[in-house]
Design a binder for this molecule. Structure first.
Ligand SMILES: *Cc1c(COP(=O)(O)O)cnc(C)c1O
Length: 387
């Protein structure tokens, strides 16, 4: 074994970031060890708050978001929960968009509500009307734009304006557009959250989340919550996200262009009842998207013609180039299915029909379109046979 007091070797200069692993951080003296907690929120005291690998990733993400600080977490889901858990306490009122990521709503209703947090879902179309929902004990408003799966475009500036007037914190899940399309912090949102699992990583091989913010006191609170809840993000995963970030702009541009092309084509397909994609002029969210966003990413949804489940099985079975799976934002195209009851039972439902969600990767768009057309043919045949 090497002696624990042995100094680290001279740093080796690589073009790529170093993966620094640690449970234990060692100190030069007892005095330093005793004061180790004073190193938070930025410094290193134990592996749980991250090593220089995590800090390097956090700096890169903060820069992308146009923010002062960032905390990485082990998943997008944990980033959402950590943000809420940092500030919301029993007796507080929490407003959550009905179109927010499902796990956040489940966490709010099945956990926070039992800790005496008053949880209220609001319509994603609420806009300035959010003011009527704000109470004396409202602590935070959770936003997502566009809505998960259903793609409604909330009026973020209007909601933020009302929140600020009443001293209510806002957090936004910005995963759909990434900071390349929209920078929540520049629009006055207090916390910008990304599932780095999606575009940042970009290769469907990791789970990481991040919380970006400007306020130094908020940063200290989020870092402490991340640490106390034991949410360490593997340095190896941090490294992979940094590698993903190197190609983010080109992947995002290519995938956004292909997605817009494919979504525009599908809009005219007779088996497609509605394309849910705010970058299309026909979408009810287009005006808000156009005003606030500079790009539109790789994710959109479809409502097909009403049909029995068998027709949806035929659609998915026919796909040759889309893998069937949850998640999105990687270089491989994916298709996912959200059944009708899930839609109908949602608060402020958008539809009572099933939703097909597509994530467009880096494959040839013409090939993907041909694949979707063949799947829609299979859908049509099965639908006609059942009619
Ligand atoms: C995937 C996703 C999450 C959760 O991210 P994980 O890293 O998979 O936990 C949160 N919000 C949105 C909008 C997502 O698409």
């Amino acid at each position: 074994m090497t002696s624990p007091t042995q100094k680290a070797p001279q740093p080796f200069r690589s073009l790529s970031p170093a993966v620094m692993r640690a449970s234990t951080v060692v100190f030069d003296s007892l005095a330093e060890f005793t004061r180790r907690k004073e190193r938070q929120p930025d410094g290193y005291s134990y592996g749980i708050t991250g090593t220089p690998t995590a800090r390097q990733l956090e700096h890169r993400i903060a820069e992308l978001e146009g923010g002062a600080h960032c905390v990485v977490t082990p998943s997008g889901q944990s980033a959402l929960m950590t943000t809420v858990m940092s500030f919301v306490r029993g007796g507080d009122h929490l407003l959550v968009s009905a179109a927010c990521y499902g796990a956040l709503k489940t966490f709010a209703r099945n956990w926070l509500a039992h800790f005496n947090v008053e949880v209220e879902l609001y319509s994603p179309a609420i806009g300035a009307g959010i003011e009527k929902c704000i109470k004396a004990n409202t602590r935070m408003i959770c936003l997502e734009s566009p809505g998960t799966v259903t793609m409604e475009m909330p009026d973020i500036p209007a909601i933020v304006e009302a929140a600020k007037r009443h001293g209510v914190m806002t957090m936004m899940d910005n995963t759909w557009g990434s900071p390349l399309a929209f920078k929540p912090l520049e629009h006055g949102v207090d916390f910008s959250i990304e599932a780095a699992t999606k575009f940042f990583g970009g290769h469907s091989d990791l789970l990481v989340g991040c919380i970006s913010m400007n306020d130094a006191a908020y940063y200290a609170a989020v870092r402490e919550t991340q640490s106390i809840l034991g949410q360490q993000t593997s340095p190896d995963d941090c490294f992979l996200v940094m590698r993903g970030l190197e190609t983010l702009k080109v992947r995002f541009a290519a995938q956004s262009a292909a997605t817009l092309q494919i979504a525009s084509e599908l809009e005219h397909h007779p088996e497609v009842s509605k394309v849910l994609f705010p970058a299309l002029q026909s979408d009810p969210g287009y005006a808000i998207w156009k005003r606030d966003f500079s790009s539109s990413g790789c994710l959109f949804s479809l409502i097909l013609q009403p049909a029995p489940e068998a027709a949806f099985n035929a659609f998915f079975d026919a796909l040759q180039h889309f893998a069937i799976g949850a998640s999105w934002g990687g270089v491989h195209s994916l298709a996912a299915y959200y059944p009708a009851p899930l839609q109908a039972e949602r608060a402020f439902p958008l539809t009572d029909q099933p939703i097909v969600r597509l994530s467009i990767g880096l494959e040839d768009p013409a090939m993907l379109l041909a694949d979707l057309n063949a799947a829609l043919d299979a859908f049509k045949r099965t639908r006609a046979a059942a009619a």
